[in-house]
Design a protein around this ligand. Structure first.
Ligand code: N01
Length: 558
C-alpha cells in the first residue's frame, strides 16, 4: 500500500527541515520527509571526520526566517563543528515539531511521475511507497562521495574511510600510519588533526591549493548578544551580498590602492582570517591581474611558513587563480608540514600507481600505511539527484536528460518533470554561497510557488524548455565572465569525477542578483514556467525575459 500525501521532501539537512516546516506548518499540506541517514543533519550527519568544521561563521550559518529561533540559539565558536550544528538542527526540529513527519534510514531509490494522475510515485530501498503531488529534492550538493577507482583498493589490508562517510563510532588513529589523499577544503581541515593523533601522516597532493587561516576561537557573551540583538541587520547583509555571508565585499579595486596599502589590506585580512579574505577587493574574481596580487601574497605565506624548501615549493606551486576553486580556510594546515611525523607526496611529480595490501604505491615508492583517508570530494550537485531513478513526463529519465550536463530553469525545476523541485539544484548559486542563505531563498520561493498553484487551481508547474535553455546559457556566460572559468579542473565543472560532463554547475551571478531574478519571475506570474490547469497548458508571461535582462547587467557576481 502506498501512502498518499500532498508533498514529500527528500533529505533532512538544512534544506529539508525548513521545507517540511513551510509545507506542513505554513501551507497546511500533508507532508513527509525521508532521509537515508540515521538522523537529521544532512551533510553534518555524515561529515564527522577529524577537523570537520563549518567554513561559514556561526552567526551567518543558520536560518534567518525566525527571530525567536535566532534568539534561542547561541554558538560557542566562530566556526561551528558538527556536534553544535546537529544540536542546532535538533532544536529547530523540536521547535517546529518536525520529527513526527520524518523517517530516517529510508533511502529514496526511485521517483516516477504518473502523467494521468499528476502524482509522483516514490519508492524507498525498503520497498515503502508514497504517492505525492509535490516532490522536493533537498538532497544536498555534496552528499555523493567520490572514492577514486585506484587499482588495488580491495586488497588493502588496513582500514580506509571517505571523509563524507566517516564512521559514527570513534576512529582511533593513535599510533597509526595514515595516508590522506586530497587537499581540498576537507583534506586541509583534516590533516592537522590527524597529524596530532597519528604516528605518521603522509599527505598525497595532486593539486596544491591556497588557504587562509580560519582563526577559529570561542565567541564572547558580548558577541553573542550582538548577534541576538542585530538579527535583522545580519540577515539584511547576508541576503544582499553576492555570496550570502554576513560580510560585505569591498567596493575598491586592487588598482585603486598603492602596493603598500594593498599589502597592508591583505595582511589585515590574513590576521582576521576566514573567507573574508576574498572580500578585500571587488575585482579579485573578475580581473586576472588583481587576482595575481592576492595569489602572490598567499603563496608567499606558504613559502614563509613551511620550513622544508622542497615541500614548501610543492605546496605553493598553485596553477589557478585564488578562489577559482572553492577556497579553503584552515587551522595550522601549512604549519603541519613542519612536524617530523608529516610528509607530503607531490602526485604531479610522483603519481599514484596502485593501492597495495601494505599501502599506496606511487611511481617511485611504496608508502606503508595502516589507514587511508580519502578526502577526495564528491560527485557534486548532480550526483545526489542522479543516484535516484527519477522519471518525468512520458517516462523520460533524468539520467538520460542530463547525460550532457544538468539542464534546469533557475536550478529550481527541470523541463519535463512537473511539480518536482530541487533545492540548491545545479544552475543556482548554491555552493558559491553560504548555504543556509541560498537554501532559505529556495525553500521560500518553492513554498510560495506551491501556494500559488493551490490558490489558482493549477494542477502542475514545470520549467519551460526554452526558459531552461536560456538560463543554461546565462549560467555559462556568467561563469565565463569570472575567473572561475580559469580553473577547469574543479568540481564546479564536474572535472573531479572521470566521465562526468564538463559543465559549470552553480550560478556565479551572485545570490542577491539571483534572488531578484527569482522574485521578478514570480511577480510576473511565474514567467518561464508552464502551468497545467484541468488538462490545459498555460505559459505565463514572456519566456525567460528576466534572464536576458539580467544577463546584460554584468558585474562581479561572486
Ligand atoms: O573535496 P574537493 P573536499 N588522486 O573536491 C583530490 C565543501 N566543504 O571534500 O584538485 C589524488 O574540493 C583532489 O585533487 P584535484 C566545500 O564546498 C565545506 O575537500 O582534483 N587526489 C582534491 O585535492 C568544498 O569545496 C566545508 O587534483 C585526488 C581533493 O581530492 C567541498 O565541500 C568543509 C583524486 C578533493 O577536493 C568539497 O571539498 C569541507 C585522486 N584520484 C568541505 N581524486 C565547510 O566548512 C580527488 N583528489 C562548509
Amino acid at each position: 500500500m502506498a501512502a498518499e500525501i500532498d508533498a514529500l521532501v527528500i533529505g533532512a539537512g538544512f534544506a529539508g527541515l525548513y521545507q517540511l516546516h513551510t509545507l506542513r506548518n505554513r501551507l497546511g499540506l500533508s507532508a513527509k520527509l525521508l532521509e537515508a541517514g540515521g538522523d537529521l543533519g544532512g551533510t553534518w550527519y555524515w561529515n564527522r571526520y577529524p577537523g570537520a568544521r563549518c567554513d561559514s561563521e556561526s552567526h551567518a550559518y543558520r536560518y534567518f526566517f525566525s527571530r525567536e529561533l535566532n534568539e534561542a540559539w547561541e554558538c560557542s565558536e566562530r566556526y561551528p563543528g558538527p556536534p553544535e550544528i546537529l544540536k542546532y538542527l535538533g532544536q529547530v526540529a523540536e521547535r517546529f515539531d518536525l520529527r513526527r513527519d520524518m523517517r530516517f534510514g529510508c533511502r529514496v531509490v526511485s521517483a516516477h511521475y504518473d502523467e494521468k494522475a499528476n502524482r509522483w510515485a516514490v519508492e524507498t530501498d525498503a520497498g515503502e511507497r508514497y504517492v505525492v503531488t509535490y516532490l522536493v529534492a533537498a538532497v544536498g550538493c555534496l552528499s555523493s562521495a567520490n572514492v577514486p577507482k585506484i587499482p588495488g583498493l580491495s586488497d588493502f589490508s588496513g582500514k580506509w574511510y571517505h571523509t563524507g562517510n566517516w564512521p559514527h563510532e570513534s576512529v582511533d588513529l593513535g599510533g597509526k600510519r595514515v595516508g590522506l589523499i586530497g587537499t581540498g577544503s576537507t583534506g586541509i581541515q583534516a590533516a592537522p588533526v590527524i597529524a596530532r593523533d597519528a604516528a605518521h601522516l603522509t599527505v598525497f597532493q595532486r593539486t596544491p591549493t591556497y588557504s587562509v587561516p580560519a582563526r577559529n576561537g570561542p565567541l564572547t557573551p558580548e558577541f553573542n548578544r550582538w548577534v541576538r540583538e542585530n538579527h535583522e541587520e545580519i540577515r539584511a547583509i547576508a541576503q544582499s551580498t553576492p555570496n550570502g555571508h554576513a560580510f560585505r565585499i569591498a567596493s575598491r579595486n586592487v588598482a585603486d590602492v598603492t602596493p603598500e596599502e594593498r599589502q597592508a589590506i591583505y595582511e589585515a585580512a590574513w590576521e582576521t582570517g576566514g573567507l573574508q579574505f576574498r572580500a578585500t577587493f571587488r575585482d579579485l574574481m573578475i580581473d586576472q591581474a588583481a587576482n595575481d596580487t592576492a595569489a602572490a601574497f598567499l603563496k608567499g605565506r606558504i613559502l614563509a611558513t613551511v620550513r622544508d624548501p622542497k615541500t614548501a615549493r610543492a605546496l605553493a606551486d598553485i596553477d589557478h587563480p585564488y578562489a577559482a576553486k572553492r577556497p579553503p580556510i584552515d587551522t595550522d594546515y601549512f604549519e603541519t608540514f613542519n612536524r617530523v611525523n608529516v610528509a607530503l607526496v607531490d602526485l604531479r611529480a610522483d603519481p599514484i600507481e596502485a593501492i597495495t595490501p601494505r599501502g599506496i604505491r606511487t611511481q617511485s615508492t611504496e608508502h606503508l600505511l595502516d589507514v587511508i583517508v580519502f578526502a577526495t570530494g564528491y560527485d557534486a550537485m548532480t550526483g545526489p539527484l542522479l543516484a535516484i531513478d527519477i522519471r518525468g513526463r512520458g517516462g523520460r529519465s533524468l539520467r538520460e536528460d542530463w547525460r550532457a550536463g544538468p539542464n534546469t530553469y533557475l536550478g529550481l525545476q527541470v523541463p519535463g518533470y512537473p511539480n518536482f523541485f530541487t533545492i540548491t539544484g545545479p544552475g543556482s548559486p548554491s555552493v558559491l554561497t553560504n548555504m543556509p542563505v541560498a537554501i532559505e531563498q529556495h525553500v521560500e520561493w518553492i513554498t510560495e510557488c506551491i501556494a500559488h498553484l493551490r490558490r489558482s487551481g493549477i494542477d502542475s508547474v514545470e520549467a519551460d524548455p526554452e526558459a531552461a535553455r536560456k538560463w543554461g546559457e546565462h549560467v555559462n556566460e556568467t561563469a565565463n565572465a569570472t575567473l572561475l572559468s580559469k580553473a577547469k579542473h574543479s568540481w564546479y565543472y564536474g572535472a573531479n569525477v572521470p566521465g562526468k560532463p564538463r559543465v559549470f554547475m552553480p550560478y556565479a551571478g551572485g545570490m542577491a542578483r539571483y534572488r531578484a531574478i527569482c522574485n521578478d519571475v514570480a511577480a510576473k506570474g511565474y514567467e518561464g514556467f508552464l502551468f497545467n490547469r484541468g488538462g490545459v497548458r498555460e505559459a505565463p508571461g514572456v519566456r525567460g525575459g528576466e534572464v536576458e535582462r539580467f544577463a546584460v547587467e554584468r558585474g562581479p557576481g561572486i
